[in-house]
Design a protein. Structure first.
Length: 365
């Protein structure tokens, strides 16, 4: 592994208006918006405007041309406990609609009452989003942990990653949703070629793949049209891998190289019969959002997976064109805090991050 912008070069210094930072002679980071409240996800609705979800419950629309930001009201019933990992999660604009994954209150919600990772859809409106659920993870679970969740739309199917809610082996119980990747139609109905209707009749109809722990990154590659996810391991065992129909990543039979937080062993890193990840991190870097870069701003990143992290506070690139020799580079580290999301501008190819309470832009000088 090599540091793309070495520590001798990667000296961030304040210039211009105190919101622009130099990252070597060629790159710069700009703060577009400060003061966000636990921002979780961004989605471009056009070349200038960006939807932002905040874990604590607000949906905002930011205009990068004039710097304005407005709050869009909504009707979601979500977990508001600051000690929970739940809240508003991934937001995605597609074809004049907004899709969102969130931790839904299910029944009377006292301390860690029943909740689920749910997905809702609304017609885009700048004043209020009137969401209707198109998916609810079953069963509701009393846990503040491991909701996931990211969503992508490919070929008019919606794919979503669901955490196992801290329940371990539930990820092997395919008559339950937690710990799986699902695929549904955009109206919430179930595709008739999902595994349930083929060779996995005991799986719930929405389930596409099982055996994940807490996947918080998901991206479509424009190069091979495949979907890739990143997944939090326990104490070690983070990984990035491909979404594969009807397969099983093995949690919690497999430990992916990590251990439980009390240092007890979980299981082997990999076994035949289970999906093998493309790349593992031991110890954990707390891998978060990912993207497969396809843009004009950074030709050197073209086709690479760009991987963000929380604990490690880094942006990394992975060249996995040769699965027997995956090459990893650290682009920068410990510079903008915990990185929650990464998205590529649809026209310019500039890279946008959510980190800490800020929206950032990464570009060439």
């Amino acid at each position: 592994m090599r540091l793309f912008l070495s520590s001798s070069i990667l000296i961030i210094f304040l210039i211009l208006n105190k919101n622009v930072f130099s990252l070597s002679n060629d790159h710069k980071l700009s703060i577009l918006k400060k003061g966000l409240d636990q921002p979780w996800s961004i989605s471009f609705i056009n070349k200038n405007e960006i939807l932002i979800s905040e874990k604590t419950g607000k949906i905002k629309l930011f205009n990068q041309t004039n710097g304005s930001i407005i709050e869009i009201k909504h009707n979601l019933s979500f977990i508001e406990d600051i000690n929970s990992q739940g809240g508003l999660l991934e937001i995605l604009y597609h074809d004049d609609h907004v899709y969102i994954s969130y931790s839904e209150k299910r029944g009377e919600f006292k301390l860690y009452g029943p909740s689920s990772t749910s997905i809702a859809k609304a017609k885009f409106n700048r004043e209020k989003l009137n969401f209707n659920n198109i998916f609810r993870s079953e069963p509701p679970i009393r846990s503040p942990y491991h909701f996931g969740s990211r969503i992508v739309i490919k070929d008019n199917y919606l794919f979503a990653s669901l955490g196992e809610r801290g329940k371990g082996m539930i990820a092997q119980e395919a008559d339950k949703h937690p710990g799986s990747i699902i695929r549904i139609n955009l109206d919430g109905s179930v595709p008739k070629d999902n595994p349930h209707f083929k060779d996995q009749p005991l799986w719930l109809p929405e389930i596409f793949q099982i055996g994940v722990r807490n996947p918080q990154g998901m991206a479509i590659s424009s190069f091979d049209n495949k979907i890739y996810i990143s997944n939090h391991g326990a104490k070690g065992g983070d990984w990035i891998g491909e979404v594969k129909k009807g397969e099983n990543y093995g949690w919690k039979i497999l430990g992916w190289g990590g251990t439980n937080y009390n240092n007890t062993k979980i299981g082997p890193k990999w076994l035949p019969g289970y999906t093998k990840a493309i790349h593992y991190w031991v110890p954990s870097i707390a891998v978060s959002a990912i993207t497969i870069y396809d843009g004009e701003e950074f030709p050197e990143f073209k086709g690479l997976a760009l991987v963000t992290s929380l604990k490690d506070q880094s942006l990394r690139s992975l060249d996995f064109s040769n699965l027997d020799n995956v090459e990893e580079d650290i682009i920068f580290k410990n510079e903008i805090g915990r990185i929650r999301d990464i998205k590529i501008h649809p026209e310019s190819g500039k890279i946008f991050f959510l980190a800490q309470d800020k929206l950032w832009k990464f570009e060439k000088k």
